[in-house]
Design a protein around this ligand. Sequence first.
Ligand SMILES: [Zn+2]
Length: 160
Amino acid sequence: MDLILEQSKLGKAVFANKDFKKGEEIIEFRGKIFDYNEIDDNSYEDEHCIQIGKRTYIGPSGELDDFINHSCNPNSGIKVIGKRVILITIKDIKEGEEITWDYSTALNEDHWEMDCMCQSKNCRKRIRDFKYLPKEIQQKYIKLGIVPKYILENLKRNPE
Ligand SMILES: [Zn+2]
């Protein structure tokens, strides 16, 4: 097993069970695909849904991919290739490190927000849409190739 689920300070979290090199595939998200309209705000599924298209979401799979936490200083990011959603590393990761990605890299909905408790030095305190990220952080994520197409298209349409 490349990954293990463990209890962390903030609840369940996924940890590397081996060393990963930058750019490596970590896991594929395998939940059911939903349309925005089909999501019940109060359901378990809403909490585990990830936006993967303008109106498309992927739900929980019941596997490890449901428990990968957000960080404002992440070591991974998602790539959306058609209907496949893959988590890749954006830096080298050592065995035992928690696997995290920045949820804002997939968010473009003006709906869901959450207080952040990631405790990283650069924590933004609030998880919100990609468009609200500081420009230099947007650019960093775009260069890493972990910003899905529907977000890039939205930025082009609404330049500031
Ligand atoms: Zn944070």
